[in-house]
Design a protein around this ligand. Sequence first.
Ligand SMILES: [Zn+2]
Length: 107
Amino acid sequence: MLKQYPPLPKRAKEMLSLSKEELRILTGLLTGHCSLKYHLNIMGLAENSTCRLCNEAPETAEHILCKCEAASHKRLKYFSRMIQTPEEVQETSPKRIVGYIKSLELL
Ligand SMILES: [Zn+2]
């Protein structure tokens, strides 16, 4: 008989349901190792780190996910709020986060 494991938390289950590509996008965002300009600039691959959407702040994962004004309508569509905190992002479905990022066509 198979050993019974406690049920996985909802979020872990959702992450396991992501495709390899979706998981790569999500991991890159969470670690900062992705093709957002802040990281590319550090690696010498972009001349500056300014956000391509608003031209007003460094293009970090937190900026894009939480407060970039140019993406506020997309956040409203995907997260039902225009501005959000990193804590709120953590409570959001990984599929939604990946969908939002893909819709911005930055990565
Ligand atoms: Zn921005």
